[in-house]
Design a protein around this ligand. Structure first.
Ligand code: GLY
Length: 378
């Protein structure tokens, strides 16, 4: 790695934002011999801390979002090497697939529609009857109507990913107040100069740069039980609502998540916790006996078309923002793309759908309408 002291005082690249996307980008640059520093008052404390860690290009595929599907599939292919470099066990990277289950007849109809979409897109999924779902995941309620198993959807522990990245990337724990192509002014009045600024500030990117990235609140729960209690990550459609439960190797299970347009509000509410517990215990009743160890809320960075913003803007700043529901999944491919852009190389994926300037026609002061989710949010 480049000399740490020199890197911190006058790096080649300053990455504003120390979530999984910013840290992965800085790490990629460092691996390629570029001196990169992250600026963030609390690296890893934002959306990455709340995320369940689903790496799910298939079960995140919705109608009208094939431009995002291509990026997500490329991201999924980048994960094995990324996890290998960080340590597969260290980050709890698990490749045993994911099951989406329908609770009642209406939920099953919705799931069938979704798996028609998967089939149209040529995605490898297996439709399962109720009994087949329960033999894959015995904790599922006997009344479950059927499901879809996706072997390509994997999962990881994002808190551990961030911890590993923070061991590899220098960070300045001061908020950024203003940014331009080559300078970051910090809130304490210091200025950092560099050759290129990258902004990966998650939900705060909109405030910093005036682009339409907004916070979309997600409340989550953490349960703790015996190791191996839940074999597979399960996503459920339960009476039209969505819920997921993602196991960790140590017996922890992350249950999520609400999808709320509440601005920069990270309160955990009784109603949010109630809805999550109601849905998950309908689907996986055996979880009612284990410990509830944490409630949390994070802010996903949403954009008007649900796609991320990756590329060089008219302002000369490189954007790596707005990853909405897929920041953990797309961090390695975003990092590779940004590292290529910064060094004048062709990115490994087509970034044209993700241009920072695609929202430029929107009237100032008013964000374009968010695209509604298609009934099966994760
Ligand atoms: N990717 C899961 C979520 O946003 O809740």
């Amino acid at each position: 790695m480049a000399d740490r002291h020199k890197s911190l005082s006058k790096p080649d690249v300053v990455v504003v934002g120390g979530g999984v996307v910013g840290l992965s980008t800085a790490w990629q640059l460092i691996k390629e011999g570029v001196e990169a520093v992250v600026v963030d008052p609390q690296p890893g404390a934002g959306a990455s801390h709340a995320a369940a860690g689903m790496l799910a290009p298939i079960h995140e595929a919705y109608w009208g979002e094939s431009h995002i599907l291509g990026l997500n599939l490329a991201a999924s292919q980048a994960w094995p090497v990324f996890a290998e470099q960080l340590g597969v066990d260290a980050v709890d990277y698990c490749r045993n697939g994911m099951l989406m289950a329908a609770y009642d007849v209406d939920d099953k109809a919705l799931l069938d529609n979704l798996s028609d979409l998967h089939a149209q897109e040529g995605l490898p999924v297996e439709r399962l009857r109720s009994r087949e779902c329960r033999s894959r995941e015995p904790l599922l309620a006997p009344g479950v109507r059927g499901g879809v198993y996706s072997p390509l959807d994997h999962h990881v522990n994002p808190r551990r990913v961030v911890a590993e990245l923070l061991r590899r990337v220098p960070a300045v724990a001061i908020p950024a107040a203003e940014v331009s192509q080559n300078r970051v002014m910090l809130e304490d009045g210091q200025t950092m100069s560099c050759q290129q600024v990258v902004v990966a500030a998650g939900a705060w990117t909109g405030r910093l740069l005036g682009v339409p990235v907004r916070p979309v609140k997600g409340q989550i729960l953490r349960l703790s039980g015996p190791e191996g209690l839940l074999r597979l990550p399960v996503r459920g459609v339960v009476r039209g609502s969505s819920v997921y439960a993602v196991p960790r190797s140590d017996g922890e299970i992350v249950v999520g998540a609400t999808v709320e347009e509440q601005g920069f509000d990270t309160r955990v509410t009784a109603g949010g916790v109630y809805e999550l517990l109601r849905a998950v215990l309908s689907l996986l009743p055996g979880l009612s006996e284990i410990d509830l160890v944490e409630t949390w809320a994070g802010l996903r960075p949403g954009t008007p078309d649900n796609a991320p913003i990756i590329g060089t803007g008219a302002d000369g700043i490189v954007y790596a923002a707005g990853h909405y529901r897929n920041g953990i999944l797309t961090a390695p491919i975003t990092a590779a793309a940004v590292a290529a852009l910064v060094q004048g190389r062709r990115p490994p994926v087509d970034l044209s759908p993700f241009s920072p300037d695609r929202f430029a026609a929107a009237p100032t002061g008013r964000l374009p309408e968010a695209k509604p989710l298609s009934g099966v949010p994760g």
